[in-house]
Design a protein around this ligand. Structure first.
Ligand code: ISE
Length: 337
């Protein structure tokens, strides 16, 4: 093993397995030290072929293990708080998949635990910030080259959702990315959220209304509209069109090989988020490892996790009332400045 910076990955499901493979094959300066899953067989399968990595069913055991220097949390969101609080108490570097926690109260408890610790330890897995196109749009906004940013038109389309993916999850699991991306691009907090439900697809699971139209406003009055369409069938797509005073910028369009043959033209549709954001995940995890080794953060903090949880709370309220819900935020603690 070339390095001793050992990471415990908690959760070996879809995202956890993807991160285990990433750390093992592509990330430099770190190694998978432990994999934790309630299903021991799944944890064992995940560590197969990774020298020195152990499989466990207890997150506590992993966090206390002498070979573990940092933790990557990829469990379902409702399990995050307990693991986060334990890792903060041990002062371990943490990369926590989004959402930080399931609701705004628990996210605020996590922020307060970090404030008590005295420094940020949690990086939240908002990978879009590491996507080359989001980064160049962010740079354009900050440069002022095209004047002020006025509006954002976002589309977030997934091929399908499973039964049990509720309207609330559409906000907490999917639109949460848009909230963070809008905060990242504008450098501002979001002040209000409104959700409109129009004509629905027959392809949504029972009880879910799909697509939905989310209207978002930031501190300076930038307006963003999001089409969230999670049973769009055709594939995966995340696009943004930004209207500036002096220009219009598009990101996230189709990429790849463009073929003309047999009287047709076109290319392949992106199947899922692993393909769309695979490179961004690599950059994200490497940035986290590089910063964690020297005690810092390489990306969005627990404050960003908390602020997006507040947006999600407003989004869910807006779904329920049909009105415009205000985003309520506590004062930003000094450790996040
Ligand atoms: C999923 O959890 C993700 O994070 C994807 O990026 C997003 O597109 C999808 O809607 C979520 O369910």
């Amino acid at each position: 093993m070339s390095t001793s910076f050992g990471i415990a990955v908690i959760g070996a499901g879809r995202m956890g397995a993807d991160h285990i493979d990433r750390i093992h094959r592509r990330i430099t300066g770190a190694r998978v030290a432990a994999v934790v899953d309630v299903d021991l067989a799944r944890a064992e399968a995940a560590v197969a072929g990774i020298d020195g990595a152990i499989a466990l069913t207890s997150a506590d055991e992993a966090l206390d293990h002498p070979n573990v220097d940092a933790v990557l949390i990829a469990t379902p969101g409702f399990l995050h708080e307990e693991i986060l609080l334990k890792a903060i108490a041990l002062d371990l570097p943490i990369l926590c998949e989004k959402p930080l926690t399931q609701d705004v109260e628990s996210s605020w408890r996590v922020v307060q635990a970090e404030v008590e610790l005295g420094h940020p330890r949690i990086q939240v897995g908002f990978m879009r910030r590491f996507d080359a196109q989001y980064q160049s749009l962010g740079t354009l906004v900050r440069s002022g080259e095209l004047g002020e940013l006025l509006m954002l038109h976002c589309a977030h389309r997934n091929p399908r959702t499973n039964a049990g993916f509720t309207n609330e999850m559409i906000i907490n699991d999917s639109v949460v990315h848009e909230f963070d991306a809008i905060r990242f691009l504008t450098g501002e907090e979001i002040t209000s959220v409104q959700v409109r439900m129009g004509k629905a697809t027959k392809n949504a699971p029972e009880g879910q209304h799909d697509p939905q139209h989310v209207l978002i406003e930031t501190e300076s009055g930038v307006l963003a509209d999001v089409e969230i369409f999670v049973n769009a069938k055709f594939g995966y797509q995340v696009t943004t069109q930004a209207s500036f005073e002096d220009g219009i910028v598009d990101i996230g369009g189709d990429t790849g090989t463009y073929v003309r043959s047999a009287g047709r033209w076109g290319g392949a549709v992106t199947p899922g988020f692993e393909e769309r954001f695979g490179a961004a995940y690599d950059v994200e995890v490497q940035a986290w490892v590089d910063a964690a080794i020297t005690g810092g953060l390489g990306g969005p903090s627990a404050w960003d996790g908390y602020a997006t949880a507040a947006c999600c709370e407003a989004g869910v309220e807006a779904q329920r009332t049909g009105g415009r819900a205000t985003v309520k935020l506590e004062q930003k603690p000094g450790i996040y400045s």
